[in-house]
Design a binder for this molecule. Structure first.
Ligand SMILES: *Cc1c(COP(=O)(O)O)cnc(C)c1O
Length: 395
């Protein structure tokens, strides 16, 4: 299995077959498992073998299949599947941290990640220093001998800044800090965060892994020691495990993720190139464009691929952005990303509504900014739709 190429791993990796030898992976929708006798139950609670299970909050065959398959894609020793992306972020942080610890984090974060770092960790006596993620000098200045952990989203939402995983990891490791990367926007297809130096990688599986907008899920990846020794005891006792049904959806999503995400990224580049000179735009932000500030890093860290999301800063502020959204006929207005359906979001009034105007300004979340997640529709149809909606935004 180790010498298989990625697409083979994504179709066959981690498969466990029951006594019926089913082709498609089974959904083991069960909370528990029957022991042959009392001695077996006792033995299993002392040590649980790889094909043995106790209770679905601890582990389940369908969930294990998903964990093994995503670990193969990421090149990680092990993985633990969680009920949502936020359960994964929360688990990766709070299973490690204790009162008195210091954390350095990028400040451009998904809203719920920011809430954990800004409001929840401080309740438990953890000190957090926020830095401008792409600026390595700020990371260098912020780490201290007591820094326990560094956290960032490798591609930020919604302004799509790319953070140097190798660079931040070297700085963090120089003071012995653990590097936790939220790799959602970079996707597990393009970004191998562990290979680049991260210790722990988290995904919201709700995004590209499902890829069809059906279910919530998440996953934490890292060394066997970290996943089984640090994270699993925390997750299994605090209740953030993934349901077997959702694990099955994510497992089947992995079979097609490489095909889907590559097609979406190719279409995203085509769209960005087609609309970037449009007179309604202040700027089109897409990491795959040569004029993106971190395009050189995109070449080395993401194999030249800019991901599946672009952001458009439309002239005329909120009013023009709303006209644009309301004029689209193919993309839907919602807040997921990585879906087969193209989805447009107005961050300033939805996902990032609660940020102060100062912070929105600082992060580049302007009133005219629209985030566009490119789906699996025909790229030429999307270009026509976007161009017409951009025209309409200025009427
Ligand atoms: C969506 C998202 C999350 C949270 O994932 P859920 O599955 O919604 O809990 C975390 N980080 C990033 C970057 C995301 O896009």
């Amino acid at each position: 299995m180790d010498n298989w190429n990625t697409r083979t791993k994504l179709v066959h990796g981690g498969t466990r077959r029951s006594q019926y030898n089913e082709v498609s992976e089974a959904i083991f929708l069960t909370q528990g498992f029957v022991y042959d006798n009392a001695e077996q139950a006792e033995a299993r609670f002392i040590e649980t073998g790889p094909d043995e299970f106790i209770y679905a909050r601890y582990g389940n065959p369908t969930v294990s299949m998903f964990e093994q398959r995503i670990a193969l894609l990421e090149g990680a020793e092990d993985a633990f599947a969680t009920a949502s992306g936020m359960a994964a972020v929360n688990g990766a942080l709070t299973s490690v941290l204790k009162a008195g610890d210091h954390v350095v984090s990028a400040k451009a974060l998904f809203g719920s990640c920011l809430h954990i770092l800004e409001n929840i960790l401080s309740n438990f006596g953890v000190e957090v220093t926020f830095v401008d993620g792409p600026n390595l000098d700020e990371w260098r200045a912020a780490v201290r001998p007591d820094t326990k952990l560094c956290f960032f989203e490798s591609m930020s939402n919604p302004t799509l800044e790319v953070i140097d995983i190798k660079g931040v990891s070297e700085i963090a490791h120089s003071v012995g800090a653990l590097v936790v990367v939220d790799n959602v926007f970079s996707t597990p297809v393009f970004s191998k965060a562990i290979e680049q130096g991260a210790d722990v990688v988290v995904y919201s599986a709700t995004k590209h892994i499902d890829g069809q907008g059906r279910a919530l899920g998440g996953v934490v990846l890292g060394t066997k020691d970290f996943i089984r020794g640090t994270l699993e005891p925390y997750m299994k006792h605090t209740g953030g495990s993934l349901s077997p049904f959702n694990a099955w959806i994510m497992l089947k999503g992995l079979e097609t993720i490489d095909l889907r995400v590559r097609a979406q990224a190719d279409a995203a580049l085509k769209l960005a190139e087609a609309v970037q000179g449009h007179p309604a735009l202040i700027r089109a932000i897409y990491p795959g464009l040569k004029n993106h500030a971190q395009n050189a890093l995109v070449q080395t860290q993401l194999g030249g691929k800019g991901g599946t999301v672009l952001s458009l800063d439309i002239k005329g502020g909120k009013e023009a952005a709303f006209k644009f959204l309301n004029a689209m006929t193919i993309a839907v207005i919602s807040n997921n990303l990585g879906d087969a359906k193209s989805i447009a979001t107005h961050p300033a009034t939805t996902t990032h509504q609660r940020l102060s105007d100062e912070l929105k300004d600082e992060l580049g979340i302007s009133p005219g900014l629209v985030r566009f997640s490119v789906g699996l529709e025909d790229a030429d149809d999307l270009i026509a739709d976007l161009s017409a909606a951009l025209d309409a935004s200025q009427l």
